[in-house]
Design a protein around this ligand. Structure first.
Ligand code: DQA
Length: 146
């Protein structure tokens, strides 16, 4: 199975960006965490990051017929993007949403995510290891439903 791991804006700045909130792992470290989880789960991952809303929408569209599941950290677009919600709604795949920080312990504008409306589950506040849990969950769903 192929699982797309999609990362939204500013996640390329992980490690440098507000380490008290997001920790010291870089995006490369996150990719390593995902690759290790993928090996353990016997799945393939396509790991990507973009700062562009349109690009993220296009990547979600590309998952149709190609990927078997999606792990997505939409970053700030989760709070703002109906376009991303629509794209995710149109791909009929198991989706798990990840946030590194606990968005419910932060500013009220982070408490709502459009993506949560289409995600099978949401993992937040577990730091970068949340991605490994998300991959486990999507892999289980693919196995159960395949
Ligand atoms: C984030 C949380 C979002 O509120 C924020 O805009 C991000 C990162 C997280 O992983 O904790 O960029 O998605």
């Amino acid at each position: 199975p192929l699982i797309a791991v999609l990362n939204g804006p500013n996640l390329n700045m992980l490690g440098l960006r507000e380490p008290h909130v997001y920790g010291h792992d870089t995006l490369d470290d996150v990719e390593q965490i995902c690759l290790q989880a993928a090996e353990r789960l016997d799945v393939t991952i396509d790991f990507r990051q973009t700062n562009g809303e349109g690009e993220l929408v296009s990547w979600v569209q590309e998952c149709r017929g190609r990927a078997d599941g999606i792990v997505i950290n939409p970053a700030a677009y989760g709070h703002t993007s109906i376009a991303l919600l629509d794209a995710l709604q149109a791909v009929d795949l198991p989706i798990i949403e990840v946030h590194i920080s606990n968005i419910y312990r932060r500013e009220p504008f982070r408490h709502h995510s459009y993506v949560s409306q289409v995600a099978r589950g949401v993992i937040c506040g577990l730091g970068t290891r949340g991605y490994a849990h998300a991959l486990q969950a999507v892999s289980d769903m693919i196995e159960d439903e395949g």
